[in-house]
Every structure is written in C-alpha cells, then in structure tokens.
Design a binder for this molecule. Structure first.
Ligand SMILES: CSC[C@H]1O[C@H](OP(=O)(O)O)[C@H](O)[C@@H]1O
Length: 386
C-alpha cells in the first residue's frame, strides 16, 4: 500500500516533508542543524508526538555524527565530561519546542541516559558519541514496528467487542480525531494504524475523521493519508460529532495520545474530550492507541499534564490552495493564507489550546504495542501494557 512519510534519512542527512504545505504541495526540507529541528517542531512543519520525538533524536545523532568527521574535531570531544556538557543543553533546548507530548522528552531522555552512563563509567568519548548516534537513530526505527503491533491489538479487540455486542465484526465503522498516520509517526500510525489494519484484513467499512485544529490537520493530513491508502473515509467538522453518533452506526472511536498519565487520563488533540463525552453518551467504545513511550508514570493524573496553547493568530488564519485550483507552470497549485476573523481581533480575544485531557473514566481501553489495557474495578493498571 502507498504511504507518505514525514522523515527520510540517508547517512547524516535528514529531510522532513513540510506538513504545513500538505496536501497541495510536497516539499522536503533539509534539517541540517539542531536549531532547524527545533524550529520545524515548534512551527508544526513536523507534527505528531512520535514523529517529533524521532526528529529530535535524529537531529542530535546527525549533529554528533557529522561533528565526529570534522578535522580537527570540535573541542567538546576533548573528554566525556565536556562532550556531555555540550550535548545536554541541546537536549534541553529541543525539549522546550513542544511541552505536551511526552515522546519528545522520552526520546531525549534516552540520549541523556547514554551520556550519563558513559561519563559515570569513564568510557572513551568516541564510544559515548557512537552510542548516542545509535540510540538517536533507533528511536525512529523502533516506532514503526510498534505501530504495526498496536494496529493489530486494537483492531482485533474492536472486532471482538463488536461481535460481543451482537454485530458481525465484518464491517466496522470507526471515527478518529486529528492525524495519527504515517506523517505523525515513523510509519503506519497509531489510531490510523488500527484503521489501516482493519482495512487490510477487510473488516473496515468506513473511517470517519474530524477536521481538527490547529491547522485543520484532519482535513489536510488525515484526508491525504486515507486517500493515499484508498481507505473509504468521510470527513466531519468537529461540531458534527454528536450528530454523527446520533445518525450513523459508529463501532468505536480510536484516537492517539500525546501523554497518558499514570491513572489513564489522556492528553490528545483538542476535540478529543468532546468526542469522548459524546461517545459515553452513545455507549460507543473509546480507545486510546499509543506506544508505551507516551505513558508518563511520573504524572499521576491529567491535572499534571502541561497543555500547550498555540499562538492566537493560528486560530484566525486558514491556509490552502486557491480555488478554483489551476496548476502553475511548474504543476504546483498556488496557495494562500487568509484571515477568517475580523482583522482587528485582539490576541486575548482568542482561546487556542492545542490539547485537551480526556479523563480515564471516559476511556474504554488503552492500546500499546504490548497489548490492551481495560479498567478493572473502574481503574486502569497500565503496568500490564508497559
Ligand atoms: C501519532 S498520535 C500522537 C498525537 O500527535 C498529535 O499531536 P500534534 O499533531 O499536535 O503534534 C496528536 O494530538 C496525535 O494524537
């Protein structure tokens, strides 16, 4: 099946597809500095919790790998202590790019741990550097396998749940929020991986997806991913979810996650909580699909999850292809950004959180690459899926 990826690498070279220009223009940007990685993550040229963790880790790996080949080598290779002292602030900086997704911090912490272990054991600096490179690159590679596993766990669980409630499980309808596909991960996707799996085993009837904010990533990115995969799909505006549940058979909601607290409270793209409340009202199973790196046992519940607010201007603008669409001489569709609010609107006149927190109470199951967790006596024990 055709897919679209967000990151491509060759040796030390990293490129990302500019997701702000999709679906109308496919433009690859080279990420040859850590600062460029930071800027791409912050501005959402790359997005999706696992994908931003991958890019951050890859950018550190490439920076070190390229520095190793310099002649003379930079001064920070003079000792393992100096090396760690130089790299750690770069990790701190990358971590600040987006605060909610725990995968970014988890990826950077893996590198931090390698540095600490290397300094503690007095390993030669070159050995530590090579270990960091290996670790940084592995973050990206491991993600893909995990997504396939989650797709199967989640998909099989949904089919069984539909059968238990009297359905055939042969024509499942799902709804999702945001974009959680190949573009948001190293490939296959999290919630979109479940949709893809059910499509592959011919048990999917239709995938519904919300437009989502910021940047309409559902209507731009999820739409593109589902069309590329040739999965039958229908877009709904976020405010139509209640109506959808009233008038159509939806067998389950599948969403990704940016951070799952110890008790199962889950931060995900804004609009997820609304969908969960409506799903509970309509008794539709609500599943969170995320790799174990998204589970943050240090955060006891959702009240401790930092919620990113995007710049107010982003909620006032829409970007897209000029319509009627006519390709220019290079075959590209001219795009424009337009303001939809009154021009005089003040920044304080806009509420623009990027995420909301869905309480565990509203979540039916949490699916990781290790399996499916359901509540026992009303509470999740996530140790079983870690
Ligand atoms: C691939 S699932 C993770 C998660 O990433 C998204 O965040 P963003 O697009 O803001 O980077 C979204 O909330 C997804 O569910």
């Amino acid at each position: 099946m055709a897919t679209i990826s967000s990151i491509r690498t060759s040796g030390d070279r990293i490129e990302i597809i500019d997701q702000l220009l999709l679906p109308h223009t496919q433009e690859w940007i080279e990420i040859d500095t850590i600062e460029k990685a930071y800027e791409a993550i912050k501005s959402m040229k790359i997005r999706g919790a696992p994908a931003i963790g991958s890019l951050a880790a890859l950018s550190v790996a490439s920076y070190i790998s390229a520095s190793l080949t310099q002649d003379p080598r930079p001064d920070f290779f003079s000792s393992s202590f100096e090396f760690s002292k130089h790299i750690k602030p770069l990790l701190d900086h990358l971590f600040l790019a987006r605060p909610t997704a725990v995968n970014l911090g988890a990826a950077l912490d893996q590198i931090r741990n390698v540095l600490d272990a290397g300094v503690e054991s007095h390993s030669p600096v070159e050995q530590i550097a090579r270990e960091v490179i290996k670790t940084g690159r592995a973050v990206h590679e491991i993600d893909l396998g995990q997504n396939r596993a989650m797709g199967k766990w989640g998909g099989d669980w949904i089919v069984e749940a539909v059968k238990k409630s009297g359905g055939s499980g042969e024509e499942v309808n799902l709804m999702t929020v945001c974009n959680t596909g190949s573009l948001a991960t190293s490939g296959y996707g999290t919630a979109l991986g479940v949709i893809t799996y059910l499509f592959e085993i011919q048990k999917l009837n239709k995938a519904y997806f919300t437009q989502s904010t910021p940047y309409h990533q559902g209507s731009r990115l999820t739409a593109l991913e589902l069309m590329t995969l040739e999965i039958p799909s229908v877009m709904v505006c976020d405010s139509m979810v209640g109506s959808l549940f009233q008038h159509h058979r939806i067998d389950a909601i599948v969403v990704g996650a940016d951070r799952i607290a110890k008790n199962g409270d889950t931060a995900n793209k804004i609009g997820t909580y609304n969908a969960a409340v409506l799903a509970a009202r309509h008794k539709i199973p609500f599943l969170v699909i995320a790799p174990t790196s998204t589970i943050d046992l240090n955060t006891v519940d959702g009240s401790g999850i930092p919620i990113e607010h995007r710049p107010p201007i982003e909620a006032r603008l829409v970007r897209g292809a000029l319509f009627p669409a006519t390709p220019d001489a290079n075959g590209k569709y001219p795009q424009a950004t337009v303001m939809v609010t009154p021009l005089e609107m003040k920044p304080e006149g806009v509420y623009n959180p990027s995420f909301d927190v869905t309480p565990a109470e509203l979540i039916t199951a949490i699916v990781t690459e290790k399996g499916v967790a359901v509540k026992e006596n009303g509470a999740f024990d996530l140790k079983n899926v870690l």
